[in-house]
Design a protein around this ligand. Structure first.
Ligand SMILES: Cc1cc2nc3c(=O)[nH]c(=O)nc-3n(C[C@H](O)[C@H](O)[C@H](O)COP(=O)(O)O)c2cc1C
Length: 161
């Protein structure tokens, strides 16, 4: 993966009262993005349109969260949940997301999503919860580690950014 590690721990907060809006086709390809989405994610609206929505996927998110989300929206339900997303520069932002289908003449034609800011307490709670789920799912685990200067230099050769 091609992250910019220098920004990896930097959080962008969604300002109170602002909402991130997007729409996708039935495959999850972005067809509409509002300016707040662009501002918070670091991608221009043009960069977002036509891309799969997993362009924002953060490695801290458990796979099961999205499996459940897709199941719900394909069944015609609204899915609500907390999502950690990755910015273009490798930084992150947390949102409360509501994702659901859009119907025309009774037929499912696209999906829409609206996301709003969440509290500090919720961020801490959800980070712990998702870490525990990922551990239980034997998925990739985030590790914070101190290296000697020499070891760092050896490894830095493999890290971009
Ligand atoms: C309307 C809509 C909005 C979505 N929003 C996000 C999002 O903000 N972040 C995210 O990681 N995935 C989002 N997804 C889910 C992605 O399509 C994808 O399933 C997820 O990122 C997991 O990636 P993967 O399927 O490659 O494992 C959204 C899907 C839809 C239909």
């Amino acid at each position: 993966m091609d992250y910019n590690y220098s920004e990896f721990l930097i959080e962008t907060e969604v300002p109170e009262g602002e909402v991130i809006i997007s729409r996708t086709d039935l495959e999850g390809i972005i067809t509409h993005a509002n300016d707040v989405f662009s501002k918070i994610s670091g991608y221009s609206v043009d960069e977002l349109i036509g891309k799969p929505h997993n362009i924002l996927r953060h490695p801290d998110m458990p796979k099961s969260a999205f499996a459940h989300m897709w199941q719900s929206i394909q069944n015609g339900e609204t899915w609500q949940g907390y999502v950690k997303n990755m910015r273009k520069d490798g930084g992150f932002y947390w949102v409360f997301a509501e994702i659901s289908g859009v119907h025309k003449n009774g037929e499912l034609v696209e999906y829409k999503s609206i996301r709003s800011p969440i509290s500090r307490a919720k961020v801490l709670e959800m980070q712990k919860k998702y870490d525990a789920i990922k551990l239980a799912e034997k998925d990739t685990i985030r590790v914070v580690h101190y290296l000697s200067y020499n070891e760092y230099q050896k490894r830095a050769l493999h890290i971009k950014g």
